[in-house]
Design a protein around this ligand. Structure first.
Ligand code: GRF
Length: 205
């Protein structure tokens, strides 16, 4: 059965595009049921529309976190979905939101991609933080979300090197290229072998 996904975005949408391309070329057995943005007119929404995916904008500006989350939850509840995918969604999810998407093992069915080798460099500027700290290598993490920011059971991590002549821009693009490979790959692993087998002991404990 294809994995049914809802993707939450806030901006550029390059990870969303990588996921949609992987679905289109048969590398990822999934469907994107809806793309929800908290910002209007972002590129991610155009990408979704180009792929014929339903888009919904639920603006976070000018409303409380609770009001915004209630609207997002209400939209998500109109779909049958296996996982929520955070692809550059620049919002911290509250326990109220998380509580709606708990599975029978007590895990939240929400997957995030973070551009560092967690637990190193959590936060919204991970590439810049790692680069400024002078790391010789950094990485990408895909994890299930929990109550802490950029934290939760890790599904996959991959490293990439810093090169001697790197600028922040070249460092970022090397990482981003890796994100675009890793995210569809991890989702396909979930589709083919299931989350429990990826998490192994963590799910059984
Ligand atoms: C990516 O670097 C992702 O790891 C981080 O936010 C960025 C989103 O980029 N969480 P895009 O919108 O997918 O292009």
């Amino acid at each position: 059965m294809p994995l049914k996904l809802a993707v939450l975005v806030s901006g550029r949408g390059s990870n969303l595009e990588a996921i949609l391309k992987a679905i289109r070329n048969g590398a990822l057995d999934a469907t994107v049921e809806v793309v929800i943005s908290n910002k209007p007119e972002v590129k991610a929404l155009d990408i979704a529309r180009e792929h014929g995916i339903k888009t919904v904008t639920i603006e976070s500006a000018g409303v409380t976190r609770k009001e915004h989350e209630e609207r997002v939850v209400a939209e998500l509840q109109t779909h049958v979905i296996d996982f929520i995918v955070l692809a550059g969604y620049m919002r911290v999810l509250s326990p109220y939101f998380l509580g709606h998407f708990k599975d029978s093992a007590g895990l939240f069915k929400i997957i995030n991609i973070h551009p560092s080798f967690l637990p190193a460099f959590p936060g919204k500027d991970a590439y810049a933080d790692a680069f400024t700290a002078g790391v010789q290598e950094s990485g990408i993490t895909i994890h299930l979300v929990d109550e802490e920011v950029d934290h939760g059971p890790i599904l996959a991590q991959r490293k990439f090197p810093r090169q001697a002549n790197d600028t922040l821009e070249s460092f970022k693009s090397r990482g981003l290229a890796l994100e675009h490979v890793l995210f569809p790959e991890v989702l396909q692993r979930i589709a083919s072998v299931g989350l429990a087998s990826i998490l192994g002991e963590q799910v059984r404990s």
